[in-house]
Design a protein around this ligand. Structure first.
Ligand code: SF4
Length: 238
């Protein structure tokens, strides 16, 4: 079977900034709870977060939202700087983090231009009532370990195993990271771009597409679609 290439498309025109994706990711991936002190110390864990921009002057101000997560770069600056190969590229286009190899140098985080890697300065703690709610499919990271968005690799593996058992290929839309599943506006779309009939393969051809920090040549596997400007005019003035 040909290698897959997992891609996420983020339609900035659809994102309402509700943060359902952020909450879903916290729950799915056993992220510690962020309380006020974690934000004040700039140590909050959010594998996906919503960048908020303001346009215009009061009272005509508009908020713009841009979900940001690990861009799963094809030419990832975090990979060559890891001395123990704890982060590497797999044959499905994912930038993988191997927790039990990580020795916590944090070189990868320093080299990530998107600033989407998180270091466990402390042992993660959950309130007693939440301990039984952790996802058994996701490793709980210990102190001294680097972590980041995995495109919910545990979900990819689960569905891949199921498809293999049933002797078929994965169907388009069968694998859905938690953020994609939770998004009420379908602003996030995920899939295998090598499947030319997939929704994601069609969306990456949209003329609104762009990469974040494209000039750095990181070749991200997250593709953004520009916000539609209702006042924009084409060359004919319409
Ligand atoms: S769930 Fe969807 S609409 Fe809500 S913030 Fe995330 S991407 Fe935007």
């Amino acid at each position: 079977m040909a290698d897959r290439k997992w891609v996420m498309v983020v339609d900035a025109d659809r994102c309402s900034g509700c943060e359902a994706c952020v909450v879903a990711c916290q729950a799915e991936n056993n992220l510690p709870i962020n309380e006020e002190p974690s934000f004040l110390q700039h140590r909050a864990f959010e594998w996906i977060h919503i960048e908020r921009y303001w346009e215009g002057e009061f009272p005509n101000v508009k908020a713009r939202f841009l979900p940001l997560m690990c861009q799963q770069c094809g030419n990832a600056p975090c990979e060559p700087v890891c001395p123990v190969y704890a982060t590497y590229h797999n044959n499905e286009g994912l930038n993988v983090q191997v927790y039990n190899r990580c020795v916590g140098t944090r070189y990868c985080a320093n080299n990530c231009p998107y600033q989407v890697r998180f270091f466990n300065w402390f042992e993660a703690v959950w309130p007693e009532t939440l301990k039984n709610h952790l996802n058994p499919d996701v490793t709980v990271r210990s102190r001294g370990i680097m972590e980041k968005c995995t495109f919910c690799v545990q979900r990819i593996h689960r569905k891949s195993r199921l498809a293999k058992k049933e002797g078929r290929d994965l169907r388009d839309g069968e694998v859905s990271p938690s953020c994609v599943q939770a998004c009420p506006t379908d602003a996030l779309v995920f899939g295998d771009v090598t499947n030319k009939d997939s929704k994601v393969a069609k969306l990456v051809e949209d003329k609104r597409n762009f990469h974040l920090l494209e000039h750095l040549g990181t070749e991200p596997n997250v593709i953004y679609l520009k916000k539609v400007d209702p006042n924009a005019r084409d060359a004919s003035g319409h």
